[in-house]
Write a protein that binds this ligand. Structure first.
Ligand code: FAD
Length: 323
């Protein structure tokens, strides 16, 4: 029997969606290994987090009450001890900025192999980790020969765990050596472009080079406002400085998983698709029917965006701006 330990994540008082996705991934592996699923909840309001995380399929929750926000040294020390005590076969952590910060340090401390950015996990006597290389052009599978490993899972690849669980919640008495804590959080500063996190949005309207010039952006912004969507873009829009970097979808931008993603004047290059293929419904507005965006779109409007977008704005009760 091989247990799984899933590490959860929160930021500024809220659990992140990837916590619930990591639970799903962990449950799937634990079902295959015949083991239990344990969760680690570290720092912040751990009791409130544990209550929310107590989803169907969770067997045990270990809380470590220490500090408020993520701290590399606290997480690394707490997880090193927790991994030693719980002794799970596999530790799953989000492939996030935080996860990629502590997972290598924990792997080194507990002497286990680390595989990052999993998009699928299968277990058949040994754990196999699927990854994507070269912006999704090449798929690779890593067979973990070892019986113990740490794996980070890509946000947006697993559905979020739901339902009520009956896991026992226990306060884990981690022995945190304060003299080894080398950094402290002194405050938060939002990145330019406000507090929008497109990876959390349910409805994205994304704009690409088809918009032609910055002066045409108000047209899209009006549609975004009329439909109560969130604005995102392909990379050229950010490279041109028309939108801030936190709006970019794709391999070198953000991975998004909205319910609806409308791609306007976006060709569907592999680096862009790597960031949005997890959207539930994809709608493309593009004049060229041969563009790859149509390979993954559920619906398409093969027409000029400068005709389609004003019509949509009117349909949703907005005011079409003069360009
Ligand atoms: P284009 O490919 O130029 O497509 C514009 C589209 O608009 C065309 O399909 C055209 O038919 C359509 N169009 C034109 N006029 C109209 C009109 N009037 N009405 C309707 N449709 C119209 N890209 C990303 O997006 N995100 C990334 O994270 C990213 N990372 C990258 C990382 C690396 C290492 C590299 C090498 C590239 C990366 N790219 C990324 C760039 C990527 O390869 C593409 O160049 C980019 O996605 C293209 O953006 P686009 O679709 O907006 O532009």
């Amino acid at each position: 029997m091989s247990d799984v330990l899933a590490v959860t994540e929160h930021r500024r008082g809220d659990l992140r969606d990837v916590s619930f996705e990591t639970i799903t991934a962990g449950r799937e592996v634990a079902d295959d290994t015949g083991g239990e699923l344990h969760l680690a909840v570290i720092s912040g309001d751990v009791d409130a987090y544990a209550e929310q995380l107590n989803c169907e399929g969770v067997d045990a929750i270990h809380t470590v009450e220490y500090g408020t926000e993520f701290n590399h040294d606290v997480y690394t020390q707490a997880l090193e001890q927790l991994v030693d005590d719980v002794d799970p076969a596999y530790v799953l952590a989000p492939n996030s900025v935080n996860g990629l910060d502590y997972a290598p340090a924990v792997a080194e401390a507990v002497d286990r192999p680390l595989v990052t950015d999993a998009v699928d996990l299968t277990f058949d006597g040994t754990l196999e980790v699927s990854r994507e290389e070269y912006g999704g052009k090449v798929g690779t599978t890593i067979e973990i020969g070892e019986e113990r490993a740490i794996v980070t899972v890509r946000p947006g690849e697993w559905p979020q765990a739901t339902g009520d669980g009956a896991a026992a919640v226990s306060a884990y008495d981690a022995d945190i050596d304060e003299s080894e804590i080398m950094s402290t959080v002194t405050g938060f500063e939002e990145v330019a472009g406000g507090d929008v996190d497109i990876s959390e949005a349910n409805f994205l309207i994304s704009i690409g080079r088809g918009i032609e010039e910055e002066e045409n952006l108000p047209l899209i912004k009006e549609l975004v406002e009329a439909t109560d969507a969130t604005l995102s873009s392909s990379r050229p829009i950010v490279d041109n400085g028309w939108l801030p970097a936190n709006r970019q979808v794709g391999q070198s931008g953000k991975v998004v998983t909205p319910d609806v993603y409308i791609a306007i004047g976006i060709s569907g290059a592999v680096q862009h698709v790597a960031g949005m293929k997890g959207a539930d419904t994809i709608i493309a507005i593009n004049t060229d029917p041969n563009e790859p965006i149509y390979d993954i779109a559920d619906y398409g409007i093969e027409d000029d965006l400068f005709d389609v977008v004003p019509a949509l704005i009117e349909e949703f009760g907005g005011d079409v701006p003069d360009l």
